[in-house]
Ligand binder design. Sequence first.
Ligand code: MN
Length: 201
Amino acid sequence: MATQKDPLVSYRKKRDFNKTTEPIGGKLQTHKEARFVIHKHAASHLHYDFRLEIDGVLASWAVPKGPSLNPSIKRLAIMTEDHPLDYIDFEGVIPQGSYGGGTVMVWDTGTYRNIKEKDGKAVSLHDCLKQGRIEIFLEGKKLQGAFALVRMERRPNEWLLIKMRDEYADARANPVNTQKKSALTDRTMLQIKHDATVDEN
Ligand code: MN
């Protein structure tokens, strides 16, 4: 949009699209149902990228330990640059030496609903993002239920990802460790890496 600052400037600056197969991202898109993705990303440090469709892009957080279903566990979530909506089904290998070099898996994906209310009224995601408190209900292939993302005071890029208490909370489950295949292609990280190597030859 001409009147609005392009939110993908930072995303594009970090990448050389002659080298990486990640999408360049075209016009801002919107989709009827808001979608989310959690990428498992074996970069220099393994982490999970939690991305929510908000205002036509994917607002993104890097979560070193991945999501937990235990409401008493708060997982650090570091806000990163907005990604294009096309990134939602990106799975493959970012070349070594490029920004974020390493294998990327669609660990979970699906739709979500904004459940944040104030005084009985819905608060838009745009406002939730600005105010530093997001409450959403995920309907993914692996994760379901309510989650909160809460910005820490005095540390604008550091948020906490917390499972809210509901019937889907489970203090003993550890989906990050027990569910290791792609929600999109049913492949393991090794298979994704292997397939990308085969493609090159
Ligand atoms: Mn990442």
